[in-house]
Design a protein around this ligand. Structure first.
Ligand SMILES: [Zn+2]
Length: 457
């Protein structure tokens, strides 16, 4: 078999079909699939199953009660070496609609960019993977490796049923490695690899002080829910400091030497980040590799919402009956969200706040594939030989992908985000005017071809 990078048959096929990926992507983007609003989900599942079938996958639907079906397909190749691909066919709600320059479900090209809801997250990757697989089959008849592909419909609401699906169908999902929803290339054209995400514990704290809102003239004699809540919050963390819940850091693994080298090897983006967030300085005046290290390996206790009493115009002298805060903890290996919840409960009780009601909304495990895992090394080598540049590796991202914990628990396949996703730092996922650059679409499809061919060697 020819070198996939210099294979003229493959190159001329891709050139002859240069517009196919865009055409396909526009079809995907014209079909709304907003899981939070149950908009277009059945039609999108049909479309995905049809597209997988068209390029030779044996498809089936994977069901969990109360969830839209995950679409699954298998494409047997010349070897049993098997890659599991993960994507999702749902998208975020398009609102606020008035901020879109063109309607979110009418894909529109401006200045070499394609605008639509869901285009970058993650319909363009579905399109480029489809195109890469189709090209390889058209040119060589079949693939050198076996592919399994799961495309679920609930990622944008936290994959609440993915665990049930992964548990029921774990044998279908077995593979030598998993390519998660992918990464792209950085501004200097270095391929990016993502090896994991932080875990999550999301809680709401409610304080009931009085039965009803009262005239604030009664403040000398009535308990204050608002003061009680802010004082309880102050026991969790000093400003910009270590979290004070006893045992919170017990399970935290320090970064490995390889992870630290990857952090040091990443480009500095302090200026871009300061501009993006409109801040003068970062906490503790962090910069460079120290900033990236803190961001990657530090678990957090973040106040996501805080409300009590009168918040309208002007003044209203009131003693509010209740106060509420929403808090997200981003967790690092090997912290367990259930354990952290128990420690939070114990801490509030010990500190005299057992009356505060704690409701847990979301729990997800931190998942990180070690840099020295053979699958990571293999993908890094392939990405480097494709791009001619050393990959930039993110050991752990600050956000959370709940399906990763389920994949690890029920399937156990090592995975990562490879640069086969045509996204870039300005794609605006989840935001109005979400878009991709069309040039990235072509590169992603070519990288996909290269990756699948190299994995077969
Ligand atoms: Zn996504």
């Amino acid at each position: 078999m020819a070198d996939p990078k210099n294979d003229t048959a493959l190159s001329s096929y891709l050139e002859a079909h240069a517009n196919d990926a865009q055409v396909l992507l526009e079809v995907l983007c014209r079909q709304p699939s907003v899981v939070a609003q149950n908009l277009g989900m059945a039609e999108m599942a049909d479309l995905i199953e049809m597209l997988l079938g068209e390029i030779g996958f044996q498809t089936q639907r994977l069901y969990a009660e109360g969830a839209p079906p995950a679409i699954y397909g298998e494409l047997r190749g010349r070897s049993d070496y098997t890659i599991l691909l993960y994507n999702h066919y749902d998208v975020q709600p398009p609102e606020p609609l008035e901020l879109w320059h063109t309607p979110p479900f009418e894909p529109t090209v401006r200045d070499g960019k394609l605008y639509a809801r869901g285009v970058s997250d993650n319909k363009a990757e579905i399109a480029s993977r489809l195109i890469a697989i189709r090209a390889l089959r058209a040119v060589y008849g079949d693939l050198p490796i076996t592919l399994r592909w799961i495309i679920e419909g609930e990622e944008e609401i936290g994959s609440p049923h993915f665990g049930a699906i992964a548990q029921t169908y774990s044998t279908l999902l077995q593979a030598d490695g998993c390519l998660w929803e992918g990464s792209g290339f950085d501004p200097t054209h270095r391929p990016q690899l993502g090896l994991g995400t932080k875990g999550l514990l999301y809680v709401q704290l409610d304080v009931q002080g009085t039965g009803i809102d009262a005239h604030s003239g009664s403040a000398p004699i009535l308990p204050s829910a608002a003061w009680r809540l802010v004082q309880a919050l102050a026991t969790l963390r000093p400003p910009e400091g270590q979290i004070r819940i006893p045992g919170f850091y017990d399970a935290v693994l320090p970064p490995s030497a390889a992870q630290m080298s990857a952090i040091i090897d990443q480009p500095d983006q302090d200026m871009e980040l300061r501009e993006a967030y409109k801040v003068e300085r970062f906490v503790d005046d962090l910069s460079g590799a120290d900033l990236r290290e803190r961001e990657a390996f530090t678990p957090t206790c973040n106040i996501a919402g805080l409300v009590s009493g009168y918040t309208g115009e002007g003044s209203k002298t009131v003693l509010p009956a209740k106060a509420m805060a929403k808090i997200d903890f981003r967790l690092v290996p090997e912290q367990d969200p259930q354990d952290i919840l128990a420690k939070l409960q114990a801490h509030l009780a010990t500190a005299g706040y057992s009356d505060i009601r704690i409701t847990a909304f979301g729990k997800a495990d931190p998942v990180v594939t070690p840099i020295d895992n053979p699958f990571v090394k293999r993908i890094a080598t392939i990405a480097e030989s494709f791009a001619g540049k050393r990959p930039s590796i993110t050991p752990i991202a600050g956000g959370t992908l709940p399906f990763l914990g389920d994949l690890r628990r029920y399937v156990g396949v090592p995975g990562l985000a490879a640069p086969d996703n045509p996204v870039y730092w300005g794609s605006g996922a989840h935001a109005p005017n979400e878009h991709i650059r069309l040039d990235d679409l072509d590169r992603a499809a070519r990288f996909g071809c290269y990756l699948f061919m190299e994995l077969g060697i």
